[in-house]
Design a protein around this ligand. Structure first.
Ligand code: F3S
Length: 426
């Protein structure tokens, strides 16, 4: 791998042992991929504060410097961690102390996370605590190289923002935050950003539910490749695109998609494929739509629902507003709980706008920082849950061993109020 002078100096220890360990990790990572060089980055979205038993043990042994060295730099040396070199944010983490008594989540982890936030905040990590950092001010520009984790955030950064990132891990984002570098391969290279599958939509895709099902279809079809989607689609909202990408990254491993005329690197269908010929289109029509709906509902059996989950990826303020309007003047069924996951910064706006009060008066909760899949935590005794998120319907049954229903926000609110699932594909 060719290193620049500043990279060689970092590797040789000119900026201290922790930066040298970070550079050593990036060189090992790059060489394993036959990568020729590193690229400069100025935005990292990673995870430092997320609690775990392994982290608790390391902190007990040697404090947060030790935990970062082992988990975020893959080093057994005793390193003193300097300030982050480039803007770095914390993605989703565990539940916080304001979820105590609502989410069954360990007090030990809540305390550990509080401690982690103090340590990393002082090192320059912005504790956004959301899987949607792009909703709360962490916005790279088009063409910018970044190092992000979290599949739903990565696909949004690449596709909607036109930034460039691979789906990084805990250690590579840790090393990137101390060096401002990441191996330049995969989605960082222009030739790897062109589409290689065309999907022709022949059924109207107009709302959040349909964007999720179309994303689920696209991911299942292309797996880790790059779909280009065209046809009978309305101009999507931010929430539609975040649902589409998260679903495509769940049924497959999509990190980049194009919607000609909508996403920044695809002004036309031809441009989306670059120098390559436009392939024959695969149709997404009423039959495929019905199949996706049935697949996403295949884990639902009992219509008695005890838990409703909205906000995966974390809800936009418009989604919170819609949920509040649907709940206004209503009351949840006594055997049903409703959680809406939201970035903490947007919860502050929901509080000021009165949405939180409406949701709580109905018996629901607006929770920040985490989600049931990330914290492996749902209301005690949950057997059947319902959601408007294709990603949660895909993952939560396996993670928590519960049944899942998938439908619209209105279907979910109705189930929260009646305790019964009555959703259907309209
Ligand atoms: Fe976010 Fe959890 Fe969904 S981290 S994308 S709300 S699975």
């Amino acid at each position: 791998m060719r290193l620049t002078d500043d990279e060689k100096a970092m590797l040789d220890g000119a900026e201290g042992p922790a930066v040298a360990a970070a550079m050593d990790l990036l060189v090992r990572y790059g060489e394993a991929l036959d990568c020729e060089q590193l690229c400069d980055i100025r935005n990292v979205a990673g995870t430092m504060t997320q609690p775990s038993p392994a982290k608790a043990k390391l902190v007990a042994e040697g404090g947060w410097d030790k935990a970062f060295s082992v988990i975020n730099l893959d080093s057994d040396d005793d390193l003193e961690i300097p300030d982050m070199r480039v803007p770095t944010c914390q993605l989703q983490q565990g539940f916080g102390s304001d979820s105590a008594g609502i989410a069954p989540y360990s007090k030990q982890f809540i305390d550990l996370q509080d401690d982690a936030e103090s340590f990393y905040g002082r090192k320059g990590v912005n504790i956004l605590a959301t899987c949607t950092p792009y909703q709360v001010g962490n916005l790279p520009v088009r063409g910018e190289h970044v190092a992000w984790m979290e599949s739903s955030a990565v696909v949004y950064a690449n596709s909607v923002l036109g930034a460039r990132t691979n789906c990084e891990g805990t250690a590579s984002t840790g090393a990137a935050s101390l060096t401002g570098k990441i191996p330049c391969w995969g989605n960082h290279l222009p030739e790897n950003r062109y589409g290689n599958h065309l999907i022709d939509v022949r059924v109207p895709v107009r709302d959040f539910l349909d964007w999720g099902m179309l994303g689920y279809f696209a991911g299942d079809l292309v797996q880790e490749e790059r779909p280009v989607v065209t046809g009978d689609i309305a101009i999507p909202e931010l929430a539609d695109l975040k649902h589409f990408g998260a679903a495509a990254a769940s049924s497959g491993g999509v990190e980049l998609y194009h919607i000609p005329g909508i996403t920044p690197e695809a002004p036309t269908v031809e441009a989306a494929f670059g120098p390559r010929p436009v392939p024959e289109a695969v149709t997404y029509g009423p039959r495929e739509r019905r199949r996706m709906y049935e697949t996403l509902n295949s884990q639902g059996h009992s219509t008695e629902v005890d838990f409703i989950l909205l906000g995966c990826p974390h809800a936009s303020i418009e989604q919170v507003c819609r949920a509040a309007k649907a709940l206004e003047g209503r009351r949840l069924n006594s055997s049903t709980q409703l959680w809406i996951m939201v970035p903490r910064a947007l919860k502050a706006i929901a509080d000021r706008s009165g949405y939180t009060e409406i949701i709580e008066r109905a018996g629901g909760r607006l929770l920040a920082d985490s989600c049931p899949a990330m914290s492996r935590s749902a209301p005690e005794g949950t057997k059947v849950f319902a959601t408007d998120s294709a990603k949660q319907a895909h993952y939560l049954p396996a993670i928590l061993g519960i049944e899942a229903w998938f439908g619209t926000l209105e279907d979910c609110i109705e189930a929260a109020v009646t305790g019964r699932w009555a959703g259907d594909l309209r």
